[in-house]
Design a protein. Structure first.
Length: 505
Protein backbone atom coordinates (compact mmCIF):
# COMPACT_ATOMS: atom_id res chain seq x y z
CA UNK A 1 0.00 0.00 0.00
CA UNK A 2 1.55 3.35 -1.03
CA UNK A 3 2.70 5.61 1.76
CA UNK A 4 1.39 9.18 1.70
CA UNK A 5 4.06 11.81 1.13
CA UNK A 6 3.77 14.90 3.32
CA UNK A 7 4.26 18.28 1.68
CA UNK A 8 7.81 19.55 1.94
CA UNK A 9 8.27 22.68 4.03
CA UNK A 10 8.92 25.56 1.60
CA UNK A 11 11.14 27.27 4.20
CA UNK A 12 13.38 24.28 4.87
CA UNK A 13 16.42 25.76 3.06
CA UNK A 14 16.17 29.00 5.02
CA UNK A 15 15.91 26.90 8.17
CA UNK A 16 19.11 25.08 7.17
CA UNK A 17 21.01 28.39 7.29
CA UNK A 18 20.13 28.96 10.95
CA UNK A 19 20.60 25.31 11.93
CA UNK A 20 24.05 25.33 10.30
CA UNK A 21 24.94 28.59 12.06
CA UNK A 22 24.05 27.10 15.45
CA UNK A 23 26.03 23.94 14.71
CA UNK A 24 29.05 26.02 13.69
CA UNK A 25 28.86 27.88 17.00
CA UNK A 26 28.87 24.64 19.00
CA UNK A 27 31.66 22.98 17.00
CA UNK A 28 34.03 25.94 16.88
CA UNK A 29 33.55 26.53 20.62
CA UNK A 30 35.27 23.19 21.21
CA UNK A 31 38.57 24.61 19.88
CA UNK A 32 38.30 28.41 19.99
CA UNK A 33 38.97 28.51 23.74
CA UNK A 34 42.15 26.42 23.38
CA UNK A 35 44.11 29.26 21.78
CA UNK A 36 42.74 31.79 24.30
CA UNK A 37 43.51 29.62 27.34
CA UNK A 38 47.05 30.90 28.08
CA UNK A 39 45.79 34.52 28.08
CA UNK A 40 42.78 33.66 30.26
CA UNK A 41 45.00 31.77 32.70
CA UNK A 42 47.31 34.75 33.12
CA UNK A 43 44.46 37.25 33.44
CA UNK A 44 42.43 35.34 36.03
CA UNK A 45 45.33 33.73 37.85
CA UNK A 46 44.21 30.19 37.09
CA UNK A 47 46.60 27.63 38.53
CA UNK A 48 48.26 25.03 36.28
CA UNK A 49 46.32 22.35 38.11
CA UNK A 50 42.96 23.99 37.35
CA UNK A 51 43.81 25.05 33.79
CA UNK A 52 42.63 21.77 32.27
CA UNK A 53 39.19 22.26 33.82
CA UNK A 54 38.42 25.08 31.38
CA UNK A 55 38.36 22.39 28.71
CA UNK A 56 37.24 19.46 30.88
CA UNK A 57 34.19 21.21 32.41
CA UNK A 58 32.75 21.76 28.94
CA UNK A 59 33.58 18.23 27.75
CA UNK A 60 32.08 16.55 30.83
CA UNK A 61 28.79 18.45 30.68
CA UNK A 62 28.48 18.16 26.91
CA UNK A 63 29.43 14.48 26.65
CA UNK A 64 27.55 13.41 29.77
CA UNK A 65 24.24 15.11 28.94
CA UNK A 66 23.98 14.48 25.18
CA UNK A 67 21.64 11.49 25.39
CA UNK A 68 19.45 13.35 27.87
CA UNK A 69 19.45 16.39 25.57
CA UNK A 70 18.44 14.28 22.60
CA UNK A 71 15.57 12.72 24.53
CA UNK A 72 14.39 16.15 25.73
CA UNK A 73 14.38 17.31 22.09
CA UNK A 74 12.14 14.37 21.18
CA UNK A 75 9.87 15.12 24.15
CA UNK A 76 9.62 18.93 23.97
CA UNK A 77 9.88 19.24 20.22
CA UNK A 78 13.12 19.96 18.35
CA UNK A 79 12.36 23.60 17.60
CA UNK A 80 11.70 24.41 21.25
CA UNK A 81 14.80 22.51 22.40
CA UNK A 82 16.83 24.26 19.69
CA UNK A 83 15.72 27.70 20.84
CA UNK A 84 16.24 26.97 24.55
CA UNK A 85 19.69 25.58 23.77
CA UNK A 86 20.64 28.70 21.79
CA UNK A 87 19.47 31.13 24.46
CA UNK A 88 21.15 29.15 27.23
CA UNK A 89 24.40 28.83 25.28
CA UNK A 90 24.45 32.58 24.63
CA UNK A 91 23.84 33.32 28.31
CA UNK A 92 26.59 30.94 29.43
CA UNK A 93 28.97 32.51 26.89
CA UNK A 94 28.21 36.00 28.22
CA UNK A 95 28.93 34.75 31.74
CA UNK A 96 32.26 33.26 30.63
CA UNK A 97 33.33 36.44 28.83
CA UNK A 98 32.58 38.50 31.94
CA UNK A 99 34.23 36.02 34.36
CA UNK A 100 36.13 37.67 37.20
CA UNK A 101 37.61 34.51 38.72
CA UNK A 102 38.30 30.85 38.05
CA UNK A 103 35.03 29.59 39.54
CA UNK A 104 32.84 31.75 37.32
CA UNK A 105 34.77 30.75 34.20
CA UNK A 106 34.57 27.04 34.99
CA UNK A 107 30.86 27.32 35.81
CA UNK A 108 30.17 29.08 32.52
CA UNK A 109 32.01 26.36 30.61
CA UNK A 110 29.91 23.66 32.30
CA UNK A 111 26.73 25.59 31.40
CA UNK A 112 27.91 25.94 27.81
CA UNK A 113 28.37 22.18 27.67
CA UNK A 114 24.94 21.50 29.18
CA UNK A 115 23.09 23.77 26.75
CA UNK A 116 25.25 22.50 23.88
CA UNK A 117 24.09 18.98 24.76
CA UNK A 118 20.52 20.15 24.17
CA UNK A 119 21.29 22.25 21.09
CA UNK A 120 23.46 19.84 19.07
CA UNK A 121 21.06 16.85 18.85
CA UNK A 122 18.09 19.19 18.30
CA UNK A 123 19.88 20.75 15.30
CA UNK A 124 20.74 17.44 13.65
CA UNK A 125 17.33 15.89 14.31
CA UNK A 126 15.61 18.94 12.78
CA UNK A 127 17.49 18.22 9.57
CA UNK A 128 16.51 14.56 9.80
CA UNK A 129 12.77 15.31 10.01
CA UNK A 130 12.70 18.32 7.62
CA UNK A 131 14.74 16.92 4.71
CA UNK A 132 13.20 13.64 3.60
CA UNK A 133 13.76 13.85 -0.17
CA UNK A 134 16.89 11.85 -1.05
CA UNK A 135 18.58 14.48 -3.25
CA UNK A 136 17.76 17.35 -0.91
CA UNK A 137 18.90 15.31 2.07
CA UNK A 138 22.26 14.80 0.37
CA UNK A 139 22.76 18.54 -0.14
CA UNK A 140 21.58 19.46 3.37
CA UNK A 141 23.79 16.90 5.08
CA UNK A 142 26.69 17.85 2.82
CA UNK A 143 26.57 21.37 4.23
CA UNK A 144 26.09 20.07 7.77
CA UNK A 145 28.92 17.55 7.41
CA UNK A 146 31.32 20.23 6.17
CA UNK A 147 30.52 22.38 9.20
CA UNK A 148 30.78 19.47 11.63
CA UNK A 149 34.15 18.48 10.17
CA UNK A 150 35.68 21.91 9.60
CA UNK A 151 34.21 23.89 12.48
CA UNK A 152 37.03 22.93 14.81
CA UNK A 153 39.63 24.35 12.45
CA UNK A 154 37.53 27.51 11.98
CA UNK A 155 37.63 27.85 15.78
CA UNK A 156 41.43 27.86 15.68
CA UNK A 157 41.47 30.69 13.11
CA UNK A 158 38.85 32.77 14.89
CA UNK A 159 40.44 32.11 18.27
CA UNK A 160 43.79 33.30 16.95
CA UNK A 161 42.32 36.53 15.58
CA UNK A 162 40.31 37.35 18.69
CA UNK A 163 43.11 36.54 21.13
CA UNK A 164 45.83 38.39 19.21
CA UNK A 165 43.91 41.52 18.19
CA UNK A 166 41.15 41.87 20.82
CA UNK A 167 41.04 39.93 24.09
CA UNK A 168 40.53 36.34 25.20
CA UNK A 169 37.07 37.28 26.49
CA UNK A 170 35.89 37.71 22.91
CA UNK A 171 36.26 33.98 22.33
CA UNK A 172 33.17 33.78 24.56
CA UNK A 173 31.38 36.97 23.52
CA UNK A 174 31.57 36.01 19.82
CA UNK A 175 28.99 33.27 20.48
CA UNK A 176 26.31 35.82 21.37
CA UNK A 177 25.70 37.25 17.87
CA UNK A 178 25.81 33.72 16.44
CA UNK A 179 23.13 32.61 18.90
CA UNK A 180 20.92 35.70 18.51
CA UNK A 181 20.85 35.47 14.70
CA UNK A 182 20.26 31.70 14.75
CA UNK A 183 17.50 31.96 17.39
CA UNK A 184 15.68 34.82 15.67
CA UNK A 185 15.83 33.07 12.30
CA UNK A 186 14.79 29.71 13.73
CA UNK A 187 11.82 31.21 15.58
CA UNK A 188 10.33 32.65 12.40
CA UNK A 189 11.46 30.08 9.84
CA UNK A 190 11.62 26.58 11.34
CA UNK A 191 8.39 24.61 11.32
CA UNK A 192 8.77 21.14 12.77
CA UNK A 193 6.67 18.38 11.13
CA UNK A 194 3.60 17.42 13.13
CA UNK A 195 3.40 14.10 14.92
CA UNK A 196 7.13 13.45 15.27
CA UNK A 197 7.48 13.91 19.05
CA UNK A 198 8.06 11.11 21.53
CA UNK A 199 5.71 11.92 24.42
CA UNK A 200 6.56 8.85 26.49
CA UNK A 201 7.44 9.39 30.13
CA UNK A 202 11.08 10.24 30.79
CA UNK A 203 13.33 7.30 31.71
CA UNK A 204 14.89 8.73 34.90
CA UNK A 205 17.08 5.66 35.74
CA UNK A 206 18.38 5.77 32.18
CA UNK A 207 19.15 9.49 32.45
CA UNK A 208 21.10 9.02 35.70
CA UNK A 209 23.05 5.94 34.57
CA UNK A 210 23.93 7.29 31.11
CA UNK A 211 24.99 10.69 32.43
CA UNK A 212 27.16 9.28 35.22
CA UNK A 213 28.59 6.61 32.92
CA UNK A 214 29.55 9.04 30.15
CA UNK A 215 30.93 11.59 32.62
CA UNK A 216 33.07 8.84 34.21
CA UNK A 217 34.32 7.73 30.80
CA UNK A 218 35.22 11.22 29.56
CA UNK A 219 36.77 12.21 32.89
CA UNK A 220 38.71 8.94 32.98
CA UNK A 221 40.46 9.80 29.73
CA UNK A 222 41.10 13.32 30.98
CA UNK A 223 42.74 12.01 34.16
CA UNK A 224 44.69 9.45 32.15
CA UNK A 225 46.34 12.32 30.30
CA UNK A 226 47.39 14.09 33.51
CA UNK A 227 47.86 11.22 36.02
CA UNK A 228 48.75 8.26 33.80
CA UNK A 229 46.79 5.22 32.63
CA UNK A 230 47.62 3.06 35.64
CA UNK A 231 46.81 5.53 38.41
CA UNK A 232 44.12 4.33 40.85
CA UNK A 233 41.85 7.28 40.03
CA UNK A 234 42.05 6.64 36.28
CA UNK A 235 41.40 2.91 36.62
CA UNK A 236 38.58 3.54 39.10
CA UNK A 237 36.87 5.92 36.69
CA UNK A 238 37.11 3.41 33.83
CA UNK A 239 35.71 0.62 36.00
CA UNK A 240 32.88 2.88 37.16
CA UNK A 241 32.11 3.88 33.56
CA UNK A 242 31.98 0.23 32.49
CA UNK A 243 29.65 -0.76 35.34
CA UNK A 244 27.36 2.24 34.88
CA UNK A 245 27.07 1.89 31.11
CA UNK A 246 26.46 -1.87 31.40
CA UNK A 247 23.70 -1.16 33.92
CA UNK A 248 22.32 1.47 31.54
CA UNK A 249 22.15 -1.07 28.68
CA UNK A 250 20.37 -3.55 30.96
CA UNK A 251 17.82 -0.95 32.09
CA UNK A 252 17.19 0.19 28.53
CA UNK A 253 16.42 -3.37 27.44
CA UNK A 254 13.70 -3.70 30.08
CA UNK A 255 11.92 -0.37 30.53
CA UNK A 256 8.83 0.48 28.51
CA UNK A 257 10.01 3.92 27.32
CA UNK A 258 13.84 3.82 27.25
CA UNK A 259 16.02 6.92 27.04
CA UNK A 260 18.01 5.20 24.28
CA UNK A 261 15.94 2.56 22.47
CA UNK A 262 18.44 -0.19 21.73
CA UNK A 263 17.04 -0.48 18.20
CA UNK A 264 18.79 2.83 17.45
CA UNK A 265 22.31 1.51 18.14
CA UNK A 266 21.94 -2.21 17.39
CA UNK A 267 20.85 -1.64 13.79
CA UNK A 268 23.94 -2.68 11.84
CA UNK A 269 24.39 0.39 9.65
CA UNK A 270 23.93 3.00 12.36
CA UNK A 271 26.16 1.04 14.73
CA UNK A 272 28.84 1.04 12.05
CA UNK A 273 28.47 4.79 11.59
CA UNK A 274 28.76 5.54 15.31
CA UNK A 275 31.85 3.32 15.71
CA UNK A 276 33.72 4.49 12.59
CA UNK A 277 32.92 8.15 13.21
CA UNK A 278 34.01 7.99 16.84
CA UNK A 279 37.33 6.40 15.87
CA UNK A 280 37.95 8.95 13.11
CA UNK A 281 37.39 11.81 15.55
CA UNK A 282 39.99 10.27 17.89
CA UNK A 283 42.56 10.70 15.12
CA UNK A 284 41.42 14.19 14.09
CA UNK A 285 41.31 15.77 17.56
CA UNK A 286 44.81 14.53 18.32
CA UNK A 287 46.04 15.99 15.04
CA UNK A 288 44.56 19.45 15.75
CA UNK A 289 46.48 19.48 19.03
CA UNK A 290 49.81 18.34 17.56
CA UNK A 291 49.72 20.61 14.51
CA UNK A 292 48.84 23.62 16.66
CA UNK A 293 51.82 23.00 18.95
CA UNK A 294 54.13 22.15 16.05
CA UNK A 295 53.31 25.33 14.14
CA UNK A 296 53.46 27.66 17.16
CA UNK A 297 56.32 26.18 19.19
CA UNK A 298 58.52 24.47 16.61
CA UNK A 299 57.92 26.76 13.62
CA UNK A 300 57.26 29.93 15.65
CA UNK A 301 53.92 30.83 14.01
CA UNK A 302 51.68 33.46 15.65
CA UNK A 303 48.15 32.41 16.71
CA UNK A 304 46.64 34.07 13.62
CA UNK A 305 49.15 32.52 11.24
CA UNK A 306 48.54 29.14 12.86
CA UNK A 307 44.82 29.53 12.28
CA UNK A 308 45.36 30.35 8.62
CA UNK A 309 47.69 27.37 8.29
CA UNK A 310 44.63 25.15 8.85
CA UNK A 311 42.74 26.66 5.88
CA UNK A 312 43.71 23.90 3.41
CA UNK A 313 42.09 21.34 5.70
CA UNK A 314 38.90 23.39 5.88
CA UNK A 315 38.87 23.83 2.09
CA UNK A 316 39.37 20.09 1.66
CA UNK A 317 36.54 19.27 4.05
CA UNK A 318 34.11 21.63 2.32
CA UNK A 319 35.06 20.25 -1.09
CA UNK A 320 34.87 16.62 0.03
CA UNK A 321 31.53 17.11 1.75
CA UNK A 322 29.65 19.29 -0.74
CA UNK A 323 31.28 18.38 -4.06
CA UNK A 324 32.12 14.70 -3.60
CA UNK A 325 29.97 13.27 -0.81
CA UNK A 326 26.77 15.18 -1.60
CA UNK A 327 27.02 14.55 -5.36
CA UNK A 328 27.68 10.82 -5.02
CA UNK A 329 25.56 9.98 -1.96
CA UNK A 330 22.52 8.93 -3.99
CA UNK A 331 24.58 7.16 -6.66
CA UNK A 332 26.85 4.85 -4.68
CA UNK A 333 26.43 2.92 -1.40
CA UNK A 334 27.47 4.94 1.68
CA UNK A 335 30.29 2.56 2.57
CA UNK A 336 31.93 3.29 -0.80
CA UNK A 337 32.17 6.92 0.28
CA UNK A 338 32.99 6.47 3.95
CA UNK A 339 35.61 3.69 3.70
CA UNK A 340 37.63 5.33 0.86
CA UNK A 341 37.20 8.71 2.56
CA UNK A 342 38.83 7.43 5.73
CA UNK A 343 41.59 5.82 3.62
CA UNK A 344 42.35 9.14 1.89
CA UNK A 345 42.45 10.81 5.32
CA UNK A 346 44.81 8.08 6.54
CA UNK A 347 47.08 8.82 3.54
CA UNK A 348 47.20 12.48 4.53
CA UNK A 349 47.96 11.48 8.11
CA UNK A 350 50.69 9.15 6.83
CA UNK A 351 52.43 12.09 5.15
CA UNK A 352 52.59 13.87 8.50
CA UNK A 353 54.61 11.00 10.01
CA UNK A 354 57.51 12.52 7.97
CA UNK A 355 57.43 15.72 10.02
CA UNK A 356 60.82 17.06 11.08
CA UNK A 357 61.91 20.25 12.82
CA UNK A 358 62.80 21.81 9.48
CA UNK A 359 59.87 20.47 7.41
CA UNK A 360 58.47 22.82 4.80
CA UNK A 361 54.81 23.81 5.13
CA UNK A 362 54.09 24.00 1.39
CA UNK A 363 55.59 20.66 0.42
CA UNK A 364 54.47 18.51 3.37
CA UNK A 365 51.88 20.01 5.72
CA UNK A 366 49.71 21.64 3.04
CA UNK A 367 49.21 18.52 0.84
CA UNK A 368 48.70 16.38 3.95
CA UNK A 369 45.96 18.73 5.16
CA UNK A 370 44.26 18.74 1.76
CA UNK A 371 44.12 14.93 1.75
CA UNK A 372 42.88 14.86 5.34
CA UNK A 373 40.17 17.40 4.58
CA UNK A 374 39.02 15.73 1.35
CA UNK A 375 38.88 12.32 2.99
CA UNK A 376 37.14 13.38 6.18
CA UNK A 377 34.68 15.65 4.34
CA UNK A 378 33.74 12.85 1.95
CA UNK A 379 33.23 10.41 4.83
CA UNK A 380 31.54 12.77 7.30
CA UNK A 381 28.72 13.78 4.98
CA UNK A 382 27.15 10.32 4.43
CA UNK A 383 27.95 9.44 8.06
CA UNK A 384 25.86 12.34 9.38
CA UNK A 385 22.98 11.37 7.11
CA UNK A 386 23.21 7.63 7.81
CA UNK A 387 23.23 8.19 11.58
CA UNK A 388 19.66 9.49 11.45
CA UNK A 389 18.55 7.61 8.34
CA UNK A 390 15.69 5.17 8.76
CA UNK A 391 15.00 5.94 12.43
CA UNK A 392 11.47 6.33 13.63
CA UNK A 393 10.63 10.06 13.78
CA UNK A 394 10.11 9.85 17.55
CA UNK A 395 13.72 8.58 17.92
CA UNK A 396 15.35 11.26 15.74
CA UNK A 397 16.61 13.33 18.67
CA UNK A 398 18.29 10.49 20.54
CA UNK A 399 19.77 9.09 17.30
CA UNK A 400 21.24 12.52 16.62
CA UNK A 401 22.55 12.65 20.18
CA UNK A 402 24.40 9.37 19.57
CA UNK A 403 26.28 10.99 16.65
CA UNK A 404 27.41 13.82 18.89
CA UNK A 405 28.19 11.41 21.74
CA UNK A 406 30.47 9.33 19.53
CA UNK A 407 32.25 12.52 18.41
CA UNK A 408 32.55 13.98 21.92
CA UNK A 409 33.80 10.77 23.52
CA UNK A 410 36.09 10.24 20.52
CA UNK A 411 37.51 13.73 20.98
CA UNK A 412 38.18 13.14 24.69
CA UNK A 413 39.84 9.80 23.96
CA UNK A 414 41.88 11.22 21.08
CA UNK A 415 43.25 14.14 23.08
CA UNK A 416 44.21 11.96 26.07
CA UNK A 417 45.40 8.84 24.24
CA UNK A 418 47.50 10.48 21.53
CA UNK A 419 48.88 13.15 23.86
CA UNK A 420 50.01 10.45 26.30
CA UNK A 421 51.69 8.49 23.49
CA UNK A 422 53.41 11.66 22.26
CA UNK A 423 54.62 12.58 25.75
CA UNK A 424 56.09 9.12 26.36
CA UNK A 425 57.85 9.10 22.98
CA UNK A 426 59.21 12.61 23.59
CA UNK A 427 60.69 11.63 26.94
CA UNK A 428 62.22 8.45 25.53
CA UNK A 429 63.79 10.33 22.61
CA UNK A 430 65.22 13.07 24.82
CA UNK A 431 66.77 10.50 27.15
CA UNK A 432 68.33 8.39 24.41
CA UNK A 433 69.71 11.36 22.42
CA UNK A 434 70.90 13.52 25.32
CA UNK A 435 74.59 12.94 24.56
CA UNK A 436 74.23 13.64 20.83
CA UNK A 437 72.42 16.97 21.05
CA UNK A 438 74.17 20.13 19.85
CA UNK A 439 72.06 22.28 22.20
CA UNK A 440 69.26 21.80 24.75
CA UNK A 441 66.83 23.74 22.53
CA UNK A 442 67.57 21.59 19.49
CA UNK A 443 67.12 18.42 21.56
CA UNK A 444 63.84 19.68 22.97
CA UNK A 445 62.39 20.50 19.54
CA UNK A 446 63.58 17.25 17.98
CA UNK A 447 62.11 15.25 20.86
CA UNK A 448 58.77 17.07 20.57
CA UNK A 449 58.52 16.38 16.83
CA UNK A 450 59.45 12.73 17.37
CA UNK A 451 56.66 12.50 19.95
CA UNK A 452 54.15 14.01 17.51
CA UNK A 453 55.09 11.64 14.68
CA UNK A 454 54.93 8.63 17.00
CA UNK A 455 51.37 9.55 17.97
CA UNK A 456 50.44 10.31 14.35
CA UNK A 457 51.41 6.74 13.40
CA UNK A 458 48.74 5.60 15.87
CA UNK A 459 46.26 8.00 14.26
CA UNK A 460 47.00 6.42 10.86
CA UNK A 461 46.18 3.00 12.29
CA UNK A 462 42.98 4.27 13.90
CA UNK A 463 41.78 5.70 10.58
CA UNK A 464 42.50 2.38 8.85
CA UNK A 465 40.38 0.58 11.45
CA UNK A 466 37.65 3.20 10.97
CA UNK A 467 37.69 2.53 7.22
CA UNK A 468 37.47 -1.23 7.77
CA UNK A 469 34.49 -0.85 10.13
CA UNK A 470 32.67 1.39 7.65
CA UNK A 471 33.24 -1.05 4.80
CA UNK A 472 32.25 -4.12 6.85
CA UNK A 473 29.26 -2.94 8.88
CA UNK A 474 27.56 -0.38 6.62
CA UNK A 475 25.80 -2.58 4.09
CA UNK A 476 22.80 -0.48 3.08
CA UNK A 477 22.74 0.39 -0.63
CA UNK A 478 21.48 3.95 -0.25
CA UNK A 479 20.57 6.79 2.08
CA UNK A 480 17.19 6.20 3.68
CA UNK A 481 14.68 8.75 4.78
CA UNK A 482 12.47 8.35 7.82
CA UNK A 483 11.09 4.98 8.74
CA UNK A 484 7.85 3.89 7.15
CA UNK A 485 4.83 4.39 9.33
CA UNK A 486 3.95 1.28 11.21
CA UNK A 487 7.33 -0.46 11.24
CA UNK A 488 10.44 -0.44 13.35
CA UNK A 489 14.07 -0.93 12.36
CA UNK A 490 13.52 -4.64 11.82
CA UNK A 491 10.27 -4.14 9.93
CA UNK A 492 7.99 -5.17 12.81
CA UNK A 493 4.72 -3.26 13.34
CA UNK A 494 4.73 -0.42 15.85
CA UNK A 495 2.15 2.08 16.98
CA UNK A 496 1.90 5.85 16.85
CA UNK A 497 4.15 6.34 13.83
CA UNK A 498 3.86 9.21 11.40
CA UNK A 499 3.47 8.65 7.66
CA UNK A 500 6.67 9.58 5.90
CA UNK A 501 8.23 8.85 2.52
CA UNK A 502 10.19 5.69 1.85
CA UNK A 503 13.52 6.41 0.19
CA UNK A 504 16.13 4.19 -1.35
CA UNK A 505 17.52 1.86 1.26
Amino acid sequence: MPVSLPALDPRRWKALVFIALAQLMVVLDATIVNIALPSAQADLGISDGNRQWVITAYALAFGGLLLFGGRIADLWGRKRAFLVGLVGFAGASALGGAAVNTGVLLGSRALQGAFGALLAPAALSLLAVMFTDAKERAKAFGIYGAIAGGGGAVGLILGGFLTEYLDWRWTFFVNIPFAVIAAAGAYFVIREPEGSRNRSTLDIPGVVLSTLGLVSLVYGFTRAESDGWTSPVTLGLFVAAGVLLAAFALVESRVKAPLLPLRVVTERNRGGVYASLGLAVIAMFGLFLFLTYYLQIVKGYSPVRTGFAFLPMIAGMITGSTQIGARLMNRVPPRLLMAPGFLVAATGMLLLTRLEVGSDYATLILPAQLLLGLGMGTAFMPAMSMATSGVQPRDAGVASAMVNTSQQVGGAIGTALLNTIAASATTAYATSHATEATSPTALKLAAMVHGYTSAIWWAVGILLVSSAIAFTFITTRGQGGQKVAGSDDEGRPVEDEVAVPVLAH
